[in-house]
Design a protein around this ligand. Structure first.
Ligand code: NAD
Length: 481
């Protein structure tokens, strides 16, 4: 069914959409076909979501009824976890056992259970008398039909981060996965019907930027939520302005990893490498810029190179593989371009830096450590989205904070020290949506995840994200007495 669209609770043939080949990035082999939905398909999906919203089949269910369906979906996903994780790894190349199955899947199930619980906490029932003779009610109502657009790096997780809070809030959804990675999102849509989600409440249309654009421009879509690049976020905001939609943007990142002089070198090196190579560095919160106190610079740099050399690159289903390929040939060229331009401007590669020769197929890239980089250079300022780490020294606390903040992004940062007072000074001054102290990458269903600056606005995860999909209504009742 990968070449069909999920609209109105069933598989639908596209009306004039074009066929797309889906490949396994670890081999370059074709694994499925999907369709790039046409404007007519988007229209059908939006109308399906609109009908489902206004007839109340979802929004007028009690919070407990909505909660139960989301909970059932979590249970079904958990029961079929191996199948979902296998397809996710085939479609993205990420290690099956160490990432898709053991890390991502349990977290995604937990996310669904969290929003199943949050659905019962709509906080919309408060009432009060603020003027004599008037009683005010405040209701948190669902925004309406929401368009949701996801990237290719964590296809299933991003689909759940979008649709679970929106459904918990009582919205209906038209969701578009990234064009190259639609498979698990389509599977999830079908599973939602099995969980009891009424038809039309969740609709999935596959396709590229044009399909996304049609969703964003549609007048019946009340809100758009994107996880994607900053460039796409800006385009979406411009388009959404014409119909004055609410916009929620989770965009790029360029996380600093700041090592103070009392940090444990071995721990820091191991954690920096894990945080830099997670999902082949294709992670908006991946550690990409390591800054080390001058006095420990050489020691930390050597330990980082040593740890980077331990990364086991390979096919997703091979045992012990810790890093898979990049998502596509185009992306592999992009990452290589960043590294080559850095070298051309004087940076030095300590390990990696090339497309590895041992793979005849697939889009692999060597885990790479770069030094002698200029803070204002492209390799430090831009999101590479590959397993590429720069390491630079700093003189003192002030310089470390300034360097950490000196990018256009503001999604996540970490600071490493045994001195908690110092760590808190950093945490307060770093302009990032998340600051981790002595850890990097920790995500929790309860903790809102989102950016400052050009990393966007609004939160995924947490009750805050459900609030993004609600709108407050004030009802004022005058007494006749
Ligand atoms: P992308 O911006 O190219 O695409 C993201 C999605 O937007 C895709 O589904 C794409 O088809 C769609 N799209 C592109 N142009 C559009 C338009 N004009 N109108 C409507 N839809 C459009 O991003 P990508 O390459 O798929 O993903 C990588 C990016 O996502 C990185 O920048 C990464 O940092 C970011 N990301 C952010 C977070 C976060 O939580 N902040 C999480 C994961 C990924």
């Amino acid at each position: 069914m990968t070449d069909k669209l999920w609209i109105g609770g069933e598989w639908i043939e596209s009306q004039g959409g074009t066929k797309r080949t889906i490949e396994n990035p670890a081999t370059g082999n074709e694994i499925a076909h999907s369709v790039d939905a046409s404007d007519a398909d988007v229209e059908q999906a939006v109308q399906s979501a609109r009908t489902a919203f206004f007839d109340g089949r979802w929004s007028r269910k009690t919070p407990a009824e909505r909660s139960l369906i989301l909970w059932r979906l979590a249970n079904l996903l958990e029961a079929r976890g191996e199948e979902f994780a296998r397809v996710e790894s085939e479609n993205t190349g990420k290690p099956y056992s160490s990432l898709s199955l053991k890390i991502e899947l349990p977290f995604i199930v937990d996310n669904l259970r969290f929003f199943a619980a949050a659905a019962r906490d709509t906080h919309g029932a408060s009432a009060g008398e603020y003027a004599k003779g008037y009683t005010s009610l405040f209701l948190n109502e669902p925004v309406g039909v929401v368009g949701q657009i996801t990237p290719w790096n964590y296809p299933l997780m991003m689909a759940v981060w979008k649709m679970a809070p929106a459904l918990a809030a009582g919205c209906t959804v038209v969701l578009k996965p990234a064009p190259t990675t639609p498979l698990t999102t389509l599977m999830l849509a079908e599973l939602s019907a099995e969980a009891g989600l009424p038809p039309g409440v969740l609709n999935v249309v596959t396709g590229g930027n044009q399909t996304g654009q049609a969703i964003v421009a549609h007048p019946d879509v009340r809100m758009v939520s994107l996880t994607g690049s900053t460039a796409t976020g800006k385009k979406i905001m411009r388009t959404a302005a014409d119909t004055l939609k609410r916009v929620h943007l989770e965009l790029g990142g360029k996380a600093p990893f700041i090592v103070l002089d009392d940090a444990d070198v071995a721990t820091v090196a191991a954690q920096a490498i894990e945080a830099a190579t997670v999902n082949t560095g294709q992670d908006c919160t991946a550690a990409t810029r390591v800054y080390v106190s001058q006095s420990r610079f050489v020691q930390v740099q050597e330990a980082i190179v040593e740890s980077m050399r331990q990364i086991k690159l390979g096919l997703p289903f091979e045992p012990d593989v810790t890093m898979g390929p990049l998502i596509s040939g185009i992306h592999q060229e992009r990452v290589q371009g960043f590294v080559e331009r850095a070298i051309a401007t004087g940076a030095r590669i300590l390990t990696g830096g090339k497309i590895p020769q041992e793979f005849s197929q697939g889009y692999f890239f060597e885990p790479t450590v770069i030094v002698d980089v200029d803070q204002r250079s492209e390799i430090v300022q831009s999101e590479v989205f590959g397993p590429v780490l720069t390491v630079s020294p700093f003189r003192d606390e002030r310089e470390a904070i300034a360097l950490g903040n000196d990018v256009s992004y503001g999604l996540a940062a970490s600071v490493w020290t045994k001195d908690l007072d110092k760590a808190m000074r950093f945490a307060k001054e770093l302009e990032f949506g998340t600051v981790w102290i002595n850890n990097h990458l920790t995500l929790l269903s309860e903790a809102g995840h989102g950016g400052f600056k050009q990393s966007g606005f609004g939160k995924d995860l947490s009750v805050e994200s459900m609030r993004e999909y609600q709108i407050t209504k004030h009802i004022a009742i005058a007494s006749y007495a």
